[in-house]
Design a protein around this ligand. Structure first.
Ligand SMILES: Cc1cc2nc3c(=O)[nH]c(=O)nc-3n(C[C@H](O)[C@H](O)[C@H](O)COP(=O)(O)OP(=O)(O)OC[C@H]3O[C@@H](n4cnc5c(N)ncnc54)[C@H](O)[C@@H]3O)c2cc1C
Length: 464
C-alpha cells in the first residue's frame, strides 16, 4: 500500500501543505509516496486551457518532476477527466491515502467532493488543505453575512484578519527527502500531450523560465531591489518595474502566503518611506488576486455572464459580423499605437503590462463595442498567466459590468494614457519598431460617444 499527493494549482515543494503532510505520513508509516498531476484538456465550464498556459504548464511540470525526484517522490502525469483518472490511479497503485490542496474555482468544490466521496467509499483516506488564497472565501464575509462586492472594504477586513491572526499564513519548509533514489525522465510528459508545438508557443521560451526555482529567484530579485520603486513605477509599461510573477502565482510555483508573509515581516521594521509604500501597494495587488477568487467563488456564472445583468441586454454590445474588428485588435492592427503595442507584446511574450491590459480591454469593449467575453477568450488563449478569477475580474471591471467596476462613463483614451504612462515612447517603440501605422479602425471621439450612449441605455434604460 502507498500514499498519493495530487498536485493541482500548487506546483511547488515549498509551503505546500498537502505535500508536507503526505511526506510526513509516508515517512512515519514507511510507505512509498507518489505524486500525480491530471491534465484535463476540457477545462472548467467550457474554458479549456489556452495555448500559452499549456506551454507554461508543461515546463513547470518538468521542473516539478526534477525537484520531486530529489525528494524521492515520483511524479506521474496523466490525461483525462479528473474524477476518472484520480479514482482509477488510486485503485491501480493500491493507494491508502490521498492528499491535495483545494483550488478556488467554479466546479472545483463539487469535483473535490465527488472524488473524496468515491475514494472514501473504497476505504481510502482523504486529506484536503487550503492553499489557493490567503483567506478562504468562507472566512471573509461582511458583518451582515453577505460577500464583499467592493475591493477597499474587502481588503481592509482581510488585512485586519491576517494581522490579528498571523498563524493563518502558515509557511512550511521543503520536506526532508524520503529514502528513495529516482531518475529524472525528460520524456515523462510526452503521452500527456499538454503543450502544442506551434512556433508561437516555442518563442515563449525566450521570455519565461517556468518552475519553482526560477519563480523564487525572480521574487528574491524583485523583493530586494524592485519593490521600493514599485509604488511609483508599476504603471509605466516601458520599464520592467513589476514582479512578473502572475504565472508563477497562477500555477502555484510560489504561494501568495510566502509573498504576503515576507512583505508583512519587512513592513514591521522597514524605515524607508518609499519601500513601505511599495510593499503596501504590492500587498494590495495580491489583494486584487484574492478579491477575484472570492468574487468568482460567490458568482461562478460570471466566467460567462456579466455580473451586472443589465449589460447582457441586446444592444449593449455591437455585432462584428465578419470578425474584422476583433481580428485587427488581436493582431495589433487597430492603428491606435498603445493598443497595438500591447497586443503585440501579448502575442510575442504571452504577457502584457497591467496598465496596457486595461487600455486594450477598454478599447475593445467600449470603442469597438465588442463583448468583454471575446477579449477574455483571447487573453485566455494567449496569456501565460491566464487565470479564470483574475481574467474575469479584470475584463468585467474594465467593461464596467463587474463587481466594483470602473463606472461606465470611464473610458480610457489610449492616446492620453500613452502620453501619461509612456511619455518617452519606450514601450510603443519597443513593440512597434517599424513606425508604420495603419489607419485607425475607430475614431476615438465618436466611438466614445456611441459607447456612452449604449451604456446609458443599459444602465438607465435610455434609448441609444
Ligand atoms: C483585462 C484584464 C485581464 C487580466 N487577466 C489576468 C489573468 O488572466 N491572470 C492574472 O494573473 N492577472 C490578470 N490581470 C491582472 C494583472 O494585469 C496581472 O496580474 C499583472 O499584470 C501581472 O503582472 P505582474 O505579476 O508583474 O504584477 P505585479 O504588479 O507584480 O503584481 C503582483 C501580483 O498581484 C496580482 N495582481 C496584480 N494586479 C492584479 C489585478 N488587477 N487583478 C488580480 N490580480 C492582480 C498578480 O498575481 C500579480 O502577479 C488582468 C487585468 C486586466 C485589466
Amino acid at each position: 500500500m502507498s500514499l498519493l499527493v495530487w498536485f493541482r494549482r500548487d506546483l511547488r515543494v515549498q509551503d505546500n501543505p498537502a505535500l508536507w503532510q503526505a511526506v510526513q505520513d509516508a515517512r512515519e508509516r514507511a510507505q512509498p509516496l507518489t505524486a500525480l498531476y491530471v491534465f484535463d484538456p476540457e477545462g472548467v465550464g467550457g474554458w479549456a486551457p489556452g495555448g500559452a498556459s499549456r506551454w507554461y504548464l508543461e515546463r513547470s511540470l518538468l521542473s516539478l518532476h526534477e525537484t520531486l525526484a530529489g525528494l524521492g517522490v515520483p511524479l506521474k502525469v496523466e490525461r483525462g477527466r479528473m474524477t476518472d483518472v484520480v479514482r482509477a490511479f488510486a485503485h491501480k497503485v493500491r493507494i491508502e491515502g490521498v492528499y491535495w490542496n483545494r483550488v478556488i474555482e467554479p466546479g472545483q468544490a463539487a469535483l473535490d467532493q465527488s472524488i473524496a466521496q468515491s475514494l472514501r467509499q473504497t476505504g481510502v483516506t482523504v486529506e484536503v488543505f487550503d492553499d489557493d488564497c490567503l483567506l478562504m472565501p468562507e472566512q471573509l464575509r461582511r458583518p451582515n453575512g453577505e460577500r464583499y462586492k467592493v475591493f477597499t472594504p474587502f481588503w481592509r477586513r482581510a488585512l485586519e484578519l491576517l494581522e490579528a491572526s498571523p498563524a493563518t499564513v502558515r509557511l512550511r519548509p521543503v520536506p526532508a527527502p524520503l529514502d528513495r533514489q529516482l531518475q529524472v525522465d525528460p520524456g515523462m510528459l510526452q503521452s500527456a500531450g499538454i503543450a502544442g508545438r506551434a512556433a508561437w508557443q516555442q518563442k515563449l521560451a525566450h521570455h519565461w523560465m517556468p518552475g519553482e526555482h526560477a519563480a523564487l529567484d525572480r521574487w528574491a530579485r524583485f523583493f530586494l531591489s524592485g519593490i521600493e520603486d514599485y509604488d511609483h513605477t508599476r504603471d509605466l509599461p516601458g520599464l520592467a518595474a513589476t514582479s512578473r510573477l502572475s504565472s508563477a502565482l497562477h500555477f502555484g510555483e510560489l504561494s501568495a502566503a510566502r509573498l504576503f508573509a515576507q512583505c508583512a515581516e519587512r513592513l514591521a521594521h522597514e524605515t524607508s518611506d518609499a519601500a513601505r509604500a511599495g510593499i503596501r501597494r504590492y500587498l494590495a495587488e495580491l489583494g486584487w488576486r484574492e478579491f477575484g477568487r472570492h468574487v468568482l467563488y460567490g458568482r461562478p456564472d460570471s466566467i460567462n455572464r456579466s455580473l451586472d445583468r443589465r449589460f447582457d441586454q441586446p444592444g449593449v454590445w455591437k455585432p462584428d459580423p465578419d470578425g474584422r474588428l476583433l481580428r485587427a485588435w488581436q493582431r495589433g492592427e487597430t492603428g491606435i499605437a498603445l493598443v497595438d503595442a500591447g497586443m503585440r507584446e501579448l502575442w510575442e511574450t504571452g504577457w502584457m503590462h497591467n496598465r496596457v491590459r486595461m487600455v486594450v480591454a477598454s478599447f475593445l469593449t467600449k470603442n469597438l463595442g465588442i463583448h468583454w467575453r471575446e477579449g477574455a477568450r483571447w487573453f485566455w488563449d494567449t496569456l501565460v498567466d491566464a487565470d479564470l478569477a483574475s481574467n474575469t475580474l479584470g475584463w468585467q471591471w474594465v467593461a464596467g459590468c463587474g463587481t466594483d467596476a470602473a463606472p461606465y462613463y470611464r473610458i480610457f483614451n489610449p492616446d492620453t494614457q500613452a502620453e501619461r504612462f509612456d511619455p518617452d515612447h519606450l514601450y510603443r517603440s519597443r513593440w512597434l519598431p517599424d513606425g508604420l501605422r495603419p489607419t485607425p479602425i475607430a475614431d476615438l471621439k465618436t466611438s466614445r460617444e456611441r459607447a456612452l450612449s449604449r451604456y446609458r441605455m443599459a444602465v438607465k434604460g435610455e434609448a441609444a
